[in-house]
Design a binder for this molecule. Structure first.
Ligand SMILES: Cc1cc2nc3c(=O)[nH]c(=O)nc-3n(C[C@H](O)[C@H](O)[C@H](O)COP(=O)(O)OP(=O)(O)OC[C@H]3O[C@@H](n4cnc5c(N)ncnc54)[C@H](O)[C@@H]3O)c2cc1C
Length: 344
């Protein structure tokens, strides 16, 4: 039987063969998986959720790709208004946010519509519309491949920062198995993101009902082309390809004067809009960058793959874009998706 490809496990649908693929469908599968990988003398597998934030190498992966497909939500009452929600790593984040909204639990309403699994969400402290995983994550459990044992990490030990964590900066060491969030039975968290306030027609700091916020976020994501669709010209993508770059106060003043949106992230760092910078130097929605690789028709910051695309070509396209932005503005762009598999 031919080896499964990493392409079949990622939303870009790029990537060569994986020597072995292990799908973890139930928590009880984990001990067997660790044994099997140990018997293959591998140090650590490549771990994937839904593959919506990775660029998998054309050469594939010589070793095991573990796909987290465990499902389940367990809610534990802490007090009259607080609930601890423990979620299996493979549980789709969209299902979790829909469940929380239906239960009138606040804290992750702005994460609605983000593709991927709950276990991958702490990896880049996934966030949107002024909210991020670190706002509600209480602790998680993870297999530590370096120490060869299960660990429980409180949020602080996860070193969650803007689209970053100890998991993202040390790929391969950790496989997250469950994540526990502390949610509150209350109106939504205070709105801090101006476009969301405008979408809702409320002032900043307002706290509308959770369901109103999830509906507004979904409508806004739909209009801006931020939802992943299974078919159509933007089906093969990994979301935003660059992080909004950190800028100094002087750069922020200069950029704002020319119209570039600048915001302060959850860590207090000023960040410029990566999409604006690309458009400032001439890139536009639909722009063809290389064979089979374009800016999405809806959004310059999302690159889409088409017939003829390769992972190498995709990675080169990112280098090309960031080089052009750096030459024109002096600002470095860093890719948001991670590269997995064997890269030269
Ligand atoms: C249309 C679209 C919109 C998006 N919008 C947003 C957004 O608004 N905000 C945002 O932050 N992101 C966004 N993303 C990026 C992506 O959806 C998130 O980062 C998501 O959390 C990735 O989940 P995944 O299961 O697909 O992870 P994968 O792509 O499978 O993996 C991502 C990384 O996490 C690692 N990983 C995966 N699972 C585990 C695990 N259980 N344990 C340890 N490591 C693991 C992988 O090795 C890889 O390095 C978007 C992507 C798309 C395609």
């Amino acid at each position: 039987m031919p080896s499964p490809t990493l392409a079949s496990l990622t939303t870009l649908r790029l990537g060569g063969p994986a020597e072995h693929v292990l799908t973890i469908s139930a928590p009880a599968d984990w001990a067997d998986a660790v044994r099997t990988i140990g018997q293959r003398h591998e140090q650590a597998p490549v771990v994937l959720g839904h593959g919506s934030n990775v660029i998998a190498s054309d050469a594939g992966h010589l070793g095991t790709a573990v796909v987290m497909n465990t499902r389940g939500i367990t809610a534990t009452r802490v007090d009259d208004t607080t609930v601890d929600v423990t979620v299996q790593a493979g549980h789709p984040l969209t299902n979790l946010t829909a469940w929380a909204a239906a239960e009138h639990l606040a804290g992750m309403e702005c994460l609605v519509g983000i593709p991927g699994t709950t276990g991958a969400a702490p990896v880049q402290n996934t966030g949107a519309y002024g909210q991020q995983v670190s706002d509600t994550l209480d602790h998680l459990t993870a297999w530590d491949w370096e120490m060869g044992r299960m660990r429980t990490l409180p949020t602080q030990a996860c070193r969650l920062r803007h689209r970053d964590s100890r998991f993202k900066s040390n790929p391969g060491r950790w496989t997250i198995l469950t994540a526990t969030f502390r949610l509150t039975r209350s109106p939504a968290a205070a709105i801090t993101y101006r476009p969301l306030a405008d979408e809702l027609g409320v002032p900043l700091s307002a706290r509308p009902p959770v369901a109103e916020v999830t509906a507004a976020v979904l409508a806004n994501r739909h209009r801006r082309g931020l939802l992943l669709t299974p078919h159509g010209p933007a089906a093969r993508q990994a979301g935003s390809v660059f992080l909004n770059p950190p800028v100094t106060a002087t750069q922020a003043t200069r950029l704002s004067a020319t119209g570039c949106p600048v915001h302060t992230d959850g860590d207090g760092q000023l960040r410029a809009s990566a999409g604006w910078l690309l458009e400032h130097i001439g890139y536009r929605p639909g722009y063809k960058i290389a064979s089979g690789i374009r800016c999405s028709e809806r959004r310059t910051l999302t690159l889409t793959a088409h017939d003829g695309a390769t992972a190498t070509g995709f990675a080169q396209a990112l280098t090309e874009l960031s080089t052009q932005v750096e030459i024109a503005t002096g600002i470095s762009l860093h890719p948001e998706p991670t590269q997995v598999g064997a890269w030269a």
